[in-house]
Design a protein around this ligand. Sequence first.
Ligand code: GTP
Ligand code: GTP
Ligand code: MG
Ligand code: MG
Lengths: 292, 278
Amino acid sequence: TLQDKLSSIFKKLRGRGSLTAQDVDVALREVRLALLEADVSLKVVRSFIARVKEKAVGAAVWESLSPGQLVIKYVRDELTFLMGNENARIEFSPQPPTIIMMVGLNGAGKTTSSGKLAKFFKDSEHFPLLVAADIYRPAAIKQLEIIGEKLEIPVFSMGNKQSPVEIVKAAKNQALAQGHDILIVDTAGRMHIDEVLMQELRDMKLSVSPQEILLTVDAMTGQDAVNIAESFEEKLGVTGVILTKMDGDARGGAALSVKEVTGKPVKFVGTGEKLDALEPFYPDRIVSRILG
Amino acid sequence: FYFWKKLDGEFWEELEDLMLSSDVGVATTGKIIDELKDIAHKERITEPMPLMERMKDYIADILSSRSKSLIKPASGPAVILVVGVNGVGKTTSIAKLAYWLKSNDSKVMLAAADTFRAAAIDQLQIWANSLGVDIIKTKEGGDPSAVCFDAVAAAKARKADYLIIDTAGRLHSKSNLMEELKKIRRVIAREIPDAPHETLIVLDAATGKNALAQAKTFSEAAPLTGIILAKLDGTAKGGIILTISDELSVPVKFIGFGEKPEDFAAFNAAEFLDALFA
Ligand SMILES: Nc1nc2c(ncn2[C@@H]2O[C@H](COP(=O)(O)OP(=O)(O)OP(=O)(O)O)[C@@H](O)[C@H]2O)c(=O)[nH]1
Ligand SMILES: Nc1nc2c(ncn2[C@@H]2O[C@H](COP(=O)(O)OP(=O)(O)OP(=O)(O)O)[C@@H](O)[C@H]2O)c(=O)[nH]1
Ligand SMILES: [Mg+2]
Ligand SMILES: [Mg+2]
């Protein structure tokens, strides 16, 4: 583990009063490796290492902690601080319905997560409406309808001949008419560099002013996480992140990259294919996972 | 980036950065850079441009030496099993592969063996309709092995050239799902001794290190004959395939770069590397 590597590096440093810049550089080289192996994007690793170095150099070495343990403590603290608090909840609208737009790359888990989120709200006494706004993918609407049936949650759809903007506008009116307090909009997967499809999201945002735009990110995403997150933040603006497929064995460094470049919190974590596999986000868990 | 004049420290740093941010990985990047420095020294190359071209040729040789066209048996249908983790692009890649094979005048059939996920069968049925190919399926919740059994029988009876089997997305870390995959393979092999002739894993070009673990673990359940690298129409470079090639010798056979049937091509190492090192 990183802990073991650092303790062996620092075996010879017993008895010194404080961490020198050289000690810290040697230790941080190992940390850099660990973060890259965990799929944290290169530029995020760089700025993160620089911040930790600033804090660690000159730090007094105490009796209770070895130099290696001290560096890890700084790394862990900085990671935890970066990943934010665990109280990131959905922002409700002062005027219902609260509209949540699910966006992200193809196959990230938007449709499944839309169902999971709807179930989460239904189980906590809300009255959600799912909206099938993916008019492109074969059987996407059917997929959401089957999910809605399983959960006994209504799904609003207008088939795939109407534009997504028309669909969300009509869905909002339906929500108002039928007293739904939460609207969850499932959108089509898209590349962040597809300008036409990114414009479609902007048009949808403009037409219904959602409270939440949740970027769905696959936990196994590698270096490209910074590009995806930056693009979505710049071109659309997101309010939060859902990290999916955390039941796999990917280290999940993408979580760090996304948080660093967007500043937006991870609000939920997908932990399986079933519709109850949604958990709140615990920063310390992802930190331990990233540090291996 | 290497239209620079000098092969100096800054060049090597930039090259390392480019490779690391393309998911080539620390170990493979180090290996390639060491090799390059060696080549530059031995062949007395002093300019970045010729060195980069030399490097691309060197890596392309490694990648292409393993890539071959699709395996086809002497008689009977060629069975292609498509596997991979959730959401990578299996179903869409199957549609593209069917389209590609059909445009080369082959008779193609599909098997909808993802009986688990909501509307998975519907999704492949819609593709079958638009491609004009036969599809073997059952009800949602049915047994995937039973679908494969029926599909192989139908492919033989209807004299199909290719039978492409779509399976459910499954995380390689879930042993019960890997066991299900082994069973699917056994059922296919019982019906046609050398089948599946191809087992292709679909990898998402934006996946990091986990792609290596996926390829390794899937290989243990169903020996892989090739990779379909999908979603290359984003900004991800798919550099992880350099490591997979190095450690597992599984060749990339096809790439996907879009959601339409024609957004598909046979893997070309030289073009892939030009894009990676652009
Ligand atoms: N194991 C696991 N699988 C998941 C999770 N979330 C989604 N999936 C699976 O990932 C695959 C893709 O999920 P979808 O919900 O269809 O993804 P999507 O983002 O809507 O896809 P597009 O609409 O095509 O962009 C499906 O097989 C889901 O069952 C998760 O947390 N864990
Ligand atoms: N942009 C782009 N999207 C792709 C590509 N290949 C597949 N997709 C999209 O990725 C999403 C998931 O594709 P699927 O074919 O359903 O993936 P899958 O592996 O079968 O998913 P599961 O069966 O749920 O595990 C869909 O939105 C596809 O249109 C590609 O090369 N480029
Ligand atoms: Mg979807
Ligand atoms: Mg599929």
